[in-house]
Design a protein around this ligand. Structure first.
Ligand SMILES: *Cc1c(COP(=O)(O)O)cnc(C)c1O
Length: 358
């Protein structure tokens, strides 16, 4: 038998969250971002559940090949394009779409001799300063792509926002203005918005939206939880209480003895740890649900175990279900207690944790 840790994926929630995207951006087509193993929910499971999406976005060619082999026929976009020139044959034969963000990729395309042309999304750096061509070069690069025999003539235009998760940040309208001026008069569909922009910045919706996080039922803004924006958490990370031990006032709990019992008290032990992807940085006070009741983490997170304060849960019993995050315990809240973001918690769930659909 394996350990009692499970990631439960609610496919109906995934589905409902895609509907939220459609409602928020009714004019746009939806490129569902399923990179990083569907943000930890399973690539194929997520794609099958979201099969009505107009396209999929992935980070690597392996993910794109897996989707094609599973029979998905819609456009599949490599969000950072190709990393190695020899990927171009597969990209061409599987009719994948690629982001072109750098001169080196353009040069490789111009050198290549492919059986059929590839679909290109030209990425402009409108102010995030990570990937993309400078806005002044948009027209020139667009022309080169349109003239390249290895590129399908319908070149799309995209950019990515750095601050869309902050609701009143002037950086977003600035980036939008830079992008719009750069691509003015150029032919091709446009794409700008990630989840936060879909919900917070309707002026960025354009022709294609690119939701990731919101599909998985997480509030994409810097504050708040999923239910505030009508989303449903798709993943619950669960395990079981495997021991309850009564310790005395002053006893130190776990590695380093960081937590000392302020009084005689019951300490519960749950079979979950950083080896499962539960964040080691989670502090004393991080909420955990034990048989439906909120308790708090105490002491350090170990590889396979965590300890919780059971003083306010006298009826807790060995074998009770523990939920580390999920529909009744927002992953947003746990992420804040671990000084990280929900993205990282979801896509870090370890390979040793079995995923079950519910
Ligand atoms: C990951 C990614 C997205 C999705 O972002 P979310 O914040 O998860 O919605 C959109 N666009 C690009 C280019 C990405 O890399």
């Amino acid at each position: 038998m394996s350990r009692p840790v499970r990631a439960l994926v609610d496919t109906q929630a995934l589905h409902a969250n895609l509907e939220c995207v459609r409602t928020a951006a009714p004019q746009a087509r939806v490129l569902a971002v399923v990179k990083a193993n569907g943000y930890g929910h399973g690539l194929l499971r997520t794609a099958r559940t979201l099969r009505t999406a107009d396209a999929f976005g992935v980070a690597s060619i392996d993910e794109a090949v897996a989707l094609r082999e599973a029979g998905f026929s819609q456009p599949i976009l490599l969000l950072a394009g190709f990393f190695y020139e020899d990927e171009l044959d597969t990209i061409s034969s599987l009719r994948l779409h690629i982001v072109v963000h750098h001169e080196s990729q353009l040069a490789a395309l111009e050198r290549a001799r492919l059986d059929r042309p590839v679909y290109v999304w030209l990425k402009i750096d409108s102010g995030m300063h990570r990937l993309g061509f400078q806005p002044e070069r948009a027209a020139e690069i667009h022309l080169r792509l349109c003239n390249c025999a290895q590129v399908e003539p319908e070149v799309r235009l995209m950019t990515h926002l750095a601050n869309a998760d902050a609701r009143d940040d002037a950086a977003t309208p600035d980036q939008l203005g830079v992008f719009q001026r750069a691509v003015e008069g150029l032919a091709g569909e446009r794409s700008i918005a990630n989840s936060a922009a879909i919900l917070g910045w309707p002026q960025t919706h354009a022709d294609w939206v690119r939701p990731g996080l919101m599909l998985y039922g997480v509030n994409p803004f810097t504050t708040g939880v999923a239910s505030d924006v009508g989303l449903r958490a798709a993943m619950s990370l669960t395990s079981r209480l495997i021991a309850i031990n009564h310790h005395r006032r002053g006893d130190a709990i776990g590695y380093g003895g960081d937590y000392r019992c302020p009084e005689n008290m019951p300490i519960g032990v749950i079979a979950i740890g950083y080896g499962d992807g539960y964040p080691r940085a989670a502090i004393t006070g991080t909420p955990v649900l034990v048989s439906g009741r909120r308790v708090t983490l105490v002491g350090r997170v170990s590889m396979d175990l965590v300890t919780v304060d059971l003083r306010n849960h006298p009826r807790a019993a060995v074998g009770d279900e523990a939920i580390l995050w999920g529909s009744d315990l927002p992953v947003e809240e746990v992420a804040r207690c671990a000084a990280t973001i929900p993205y990282e918690l979801l896509c870090r769930v370890a390979a040793r944790v079995p995923i079950h659909e519910v």
